[in-house]
Design a protein around this ligand. Structure first.
Ligand code: GSH
Length: 283
C-alpha cells in the first residue's frame, strides 16, 4: 500500500488529512529510531518494544536493577510460563527451586505463604499472572494493543480455572469423593474446558497463536497447561490420567490448541530448555 493509500484509509476513519499525516509521521519516527537503535547495536529488546517497556522503564524496575529471583517448587506448575518467558527473552534470572521438604520452613517467609514469588532487590511480586506479566514485558512477549492485553487476561483466567479445579481434587482427603471428582474431571470438566479453550484460540484468528499474531506469554501459559494435563498423573500433579491412551494427548482432537502447542514446542530454545529441565515428579 502506498503512503497515499494509508492517508486515505485514516481519513476514512473520520480524521483530517493533516491528522493522518501527523500520525504516520509519528509512526515513521518511532520506526526509524527503533531501527537506528538496532543497527547501532543498542539493546535489541528495548529498541523494538515501544509502549510496554517504556512504562517499565518509567517504573524504575526495568531493566531489573538486580537479577530477578524466581521462587517456586522444582516443578513446572505455575512457574513454567514465567521461566520460559525469561529464557526466551534472554532475561537473566535465578531459578530458585524449593523442595517440598524445605517448604514448611520457607512458607512463612513468602508474602502470601505461597509461590511463585519474584524478588528483585528488596521488592517482591506475588501471583503467577502478575509475575508472568512482568516477565513477558521484560521479554517482549506482551502485546501493546489494549484489546489484546485484555484477551491475555481472559486466557490466563481460563487456565487458572482449570488449575484451580485440579487443586481442589488434589486437596480432597476423602478417597471416595476424590475418585468421583477425578471421574467428573476426565468425563466432563476437562473436555468442556478444552473445547472452550479451543474455541477461544480459534476466535483469535491467527492459527498457532493464542492471542494476536505474535508469540506471547499466553502461548507459553497454554503450552504449559497442556503439558501439565498430559503429564499430570506421572508427575503426581493430577490424580487421574486424562489422556485417551498412553502416548496420546488429551487435547489432540482440538486442532487450534494443537497448533499453538506445536508452534511453541518446536521453538529450538524451548526444546533445549525442555531437554535440560526434564519434567520432575512433584517432590
Ligand atoms: N493465586 C496464586 C496461587 C498460588 C499457589 O496456589 N501456589 C501453590 C503452588 S502452585 C503453593 O504455593 N502451594 C503451597 C502452599 O499453599 O503451601 C497464584 O496464581 O500465584
Amino acid at each position: 500500500m502506498s503512503l497515499a493509500d494509508h492517508v486515505e484509509q485514516i481519513k476514512a476513519m473520520g480524521f483530517t488529512e493533516q491528522q493522518a499525516k501527523e500520525a504516520l509521521t509519528a509512526c515513521r519516527n518511532d520506526i526509524n529510531s527503533a531501527l537506528e537503535a538496532i543497527l547501532s547495536g543498542e539493546d535489541f529488546g528495548r529498541a523494538t518494544t515501544g509502549g510496554a517497556q517504556t512504562n517499565m522503564a518509567n517504573s524504575g524496575m526495568f531493566p531489573p536493577p538486580s537479577t530477578p529471583k524466581l521462587y517456586y517448587f522444582d516443578f513446572t506448575g505455575r512457574a513454567e510460563p514465567i521461566r520460559l518467558a525469561f529464557m526466551l527473552g534472554q532475561v537473566k534470572f535465578e531459578d530458585i527451586r524449593i523442595s517440598l521438604s524445605e517448604w514448611p520452613q520457607m512458607k512463612g517467609s513468602m508474602p502470601q505463604g505461597m509461590v511463585p514469588v519474584l524478588e528483585i532487590g528488596d521488592k517482591r511480586l506475588t501471583q503467577k499472572t502478575a509475575i508472568m506479566q512482568y516477565a513477558a514485558k521484560a521479554a517482549n512477549l506482551w502485546p501493546q494493543d489494549v484489546w489484546l492485553e485484555c484477551k491475555m487476561a481472559e486466557l490466563h483466567g481460563c487456565v487458572e480455572d482449570v488449575v484451580s479445579e485440579v487443586r481442589k481434587i488434589r486437596f480432597t482427603q476423602d478417597q471416595e469423593r476424590k475418585n468421583q471428582l477425578c471421574d467428573a474431571f476426565k468425563a466432563t470438566f476437562l473436555p468442556e474446558w478444552l473445547q472452550r479453550l479451543d474455541s477461544l484460540v480459534a476466535a483469535n484468528g491467527h492459527e498457532g497463536f493464542a492471542v494476536g499474531g505474535d508469540l506471547t506469554v499466553a502461548d507459553l501459559d497454554l503450552y504449559n497447561l497442556l503439558n501439565l494435563l498430559d503429564n499430570g498423573e506421572s508427575t503426581g500433579w493430577l490424580p487421574v490420567d486424562v489422556r485417551p491412551h498412553e502416548g496420546q494427548s488429551c487435547w489432540q482432537q482440538h486442532t487450534h490448541l494443537a497448533a499453538v502447542y506445536n508452534r511453541v514446542d518446536s521453538i529450538p530454545q524451548v526444546k533445549e530448555w525442555n531437554d535440560n529441565h526434564p519434567v520432575n515428579r512433584l517432590q
